[in-house]
Design a protein around this ligand. Structure first.
Ligand code: GRF
Length: 194
């Protein structure tokens, strides 16, 4: 399947998926990487891997969120994209784009959903005294961080953890979980009746 990855920043999950997709038997090819932030380091990483990387800046669109999304949607369709992967894409999508890609758009969230939707997940897990934390890959629906869960990975919370050390531990398992869950999702989609 032709996959697009949407980012806003570092792109470490993007890089993990690009790396996994190099394997001959991986069921996805990365058609394009799109960032709303022209300065996202992930754009350069993608280009270095030989993948087309576009900046579609949201700022010139001002309050016209839908118009910005239409520009992204057009870029996706032009490239024959079938599945969209959000990987640290830090803008909340409007219902228009979510509906257009419903069932074909994945996100990774750094908590064990339904715990801690939204921001500051690691600080919240530490403050709550949780023994474990983790990450969730889910389908994107209109409710933010509410879509059906496709996969989760867990890590222990250590006594001396800060939000930063916990985030780093979770990120290492994100990099395994996301490529694996994407591959499984695509294979199941292919064999599912239309
Ligand atoms: C990850 O922690 C992801 O769970 C969250 O944003 C972060 C993105 O990091 N949605 P990166 O850009 O993939 O390095």
């Amino acid at each position: 399947s032709r996959v697009a990855i949407l980012i806003s920043g570092a792109g470490s999950n993007m890089a993990a998926i690009i790396e996994a997709a190099k394997a001959a038997d991986y069921p996805a090819e990365i058609a394009v990487v799109i960032s709303n932030n022209p300065d996202a380091p992930g754009l350069a990483l993608a280009r270095a891997a030989g993948i087309e990387a576009l900046a579609i800046d949201h700022r010139p669109f001002g309050k016209e969120r839908h118009a910005h999304e239409l520009a992204i949607d057009a870029a996706l369709r032009l490239r024959g994209v079938e599945v969209v992967v959000l990987a640290g894409y830090m803008r909340i999508l409007t219902a228009h784009l979510v509906r257009a890609w419903e069932g074909r758009m994945l996100n990774i969230h750094p908590s064990l959903l339904p715990k801690y939707p939204g921001l500051d997940t690691h600080a919240r897990a530490i403050a709550a005294g949780d023994a474990e934390a983790g990450c969730t890959v889910h389908l994107v629906t209109e409710g933010v961080d509410e879509g059906p869960v496709l996969g989760q990975a867990r890590v222990p919370v250590e006594a001396e953890d800060t939000a930063e050390t916990l985030a780093a531990r979770v990120r290492t398992v994100e990099h395994r979980l996301y490529p694996e869950t994407l591959a499984t999702f695509i294979l199941q989609r292919k064999t599912a009746p239309v």
